[in-house]
Design a protein around this ligand. Structure first.
Ligand SMILES: C[S@@+](CC[C@H](N)C(=O)[O-])C[C@H]1O[C@@H](n2cnc3c(N)ncnc32)[C@H](O)[C@@H]1O
Length: 395
């Protein structure tokens, strides 16, 4: 007898907010966007016009570090408003999606389980029920989201992944001027245009969460086997179900990227995005050593990350490192203070084959300018404003 069709094929369709919940999520998304995209410039103006002159008057010199700038900004009204908007939008945004997830958590988990049981792709999921989570993961709720990445709300839980994804599913900020597009597609496009001889057989996305960046690599390198590793199980279950639903073969596994179980030289391309700033510097060093070990000769590494302190003004650094103090991102500043190429060299890479570059976001950068960008004639916009900072190397 043919198997009964699945009642739900996309777990996202189970996420249904009430009118008020939906309004709350959209409002907080918009407030966060407004704070980050607009208010931050008012903070900068206010710093230049009022805060810095006051500091100079008191100390007879300008602030010398982002830390001093953040301390000096502390009593400034614009800074306090900006900070209050950002902090509360972040926290309230997460809280606004939780009731809609909790109402259907058993159905989410059942649906994800059923999709995995019906798996019609060649994708796989390996979980580690004995995972020992590092303290940098368990000590805080990352990005002020209750439960962070790793919490399991029930056996075989995928609902925590939906809590992490709810704000995206509900929709972007109202009147968002630019869609920054897909990081995977932007970085992947740059890789494919820069390393034209690279024909990856296997691609690894580290800290893949639910694997959303992998679809870009599937598009760019349809022949390649795709691997997504993350330390947290709920997003891997959810991502595996989403990949099955999308008909995409991905091999997901729950592992700590500091020590992976793949053989040496297994991957021709290793990527990550929004990952390394979340872990401690010693952990980053172990991850980079693993990247070197796992790359085949000629293989390419590309981590999309926050730009380092050295490439930004101290005022920009103060704005980035705000997250360290107020957004449960304690490793932001220590990671950004590193020399990324020096870290790569320490991991085994040849400095002459390392790159630190901001690549254009393909969703907003004019296509006809891309050739000029590749020739070094035009620069990509700043990280997060139409560009994405990338560092890595070729083995
Ligand atoms: C901000 S999310 C990145 C999401 C994804 N890369 C993207 O582009 O949307 C950070 C991810 O890093 C994962 N993570 C943190 N520490 C890890 C580790 N040591 N090994 C593997 N994954 C880790 C978290 O579980 C989380 O899914």
């Amino acid at each position: 007898m043919p198997e009964a069709p699945l009642p739900v094929t996309d777990p996202d369709t189970l996420f249904r907010q009430s009118h008020d919940e939906y309004s709350r999520t959209r409002f907080t998304n918009t407030l966060l966007n407004h704070a980050m995209m607009n208010l931050r410039y008012q903070v900068w103006d206010s710093y230049e016009q009022a805060v810095k002159p006051k500091f100079v008057k008191q100390k007879g010199r300008e602030p010398e570090s982002s830390r001093e700038i953040l301390d000096a900004l502390h009593d400034n009204t614009f800074f306090r408003t900006y900070s209050a908007f950002r902090y509360n939008a972040q926290e309230m945004g997460a809280l606004s999606v939780i009731p809609a997830v909790e109402r259907v958590a058993p159905q989410i988990n059942e649906t994800v389980k059923a999709l995995i049981a019906h798996n019609s792709t060649g994708g796989t999921l390996r979980l580690n029920p004995d995972m020992k989570y590092p303290k940098y993961m368990t000590a805080i709720d990352a990005h002020l989201t209750p439960g962070g990445y790793w919490t399991e709300n029930a056996q075989d839980d995928a609902s925590q992944a939906m809590i992490l994804q709810g704000r995206r599913i509900a929709g972007p900020a109202v009147n968002k001027k630019r869609d920054f597009g897909n990081v995977g597609l932007s970085v992947g496009t740059w890789i494919s245009r820069t390393f034209q001889d690279l024909k990856p057989r296997r691609i690894l996305d580290m800290a893949t969460q639910e694997g959303k960046q992998l679809s870009a690599y599937h598009q760019l390198y349809p022949q390649a086997e795709l691997y997504g590793v993350d330390i947290a199980a709920p997003s891997l279950r959810y991502g595996h179900a989403k990949a099955i639903n999308a008909g995409m073969d991905v091999h997901f596994s729950q592992q700590n990227c500091e020590e992976l179980d793949f053989p040496d030289g297994h991957f021709d391309l290793i990527v990550s995005s929004f990952f390394l700033h979340e872990i401690s510097v010693p952990a980053t060093k172990r991850v980079l050593a693993e990247c070197y070990r796992l790359l085949s000769p000629g293989g390419v590494l590309a981590h999309m990350e926050l730009p380092p302190h050295k490439s930004c003004t101290e005022l920009q650094n103060a704005t980035f490192d705000w997250d360290c103090q107020y957004n449960n991102e304690p490793h932001y500043a220590s990671f950004r203070s590193q020399d990324y190429t020096a870290l790569l060299v320490e991991a085994g890479f040849d400095a002459a084959k390392c790159h630190e570059i901001t690549v254009p976001d393909v969703g907003s950068f004019p296509e006809d300018k891309y050739e000029q960008f590749l020739k070094g004639e035009v620069e990509a916009p700043f990280h997060g404003r139409g560009g994405w900072f990338v560092f890595g190397g070729r083995k």
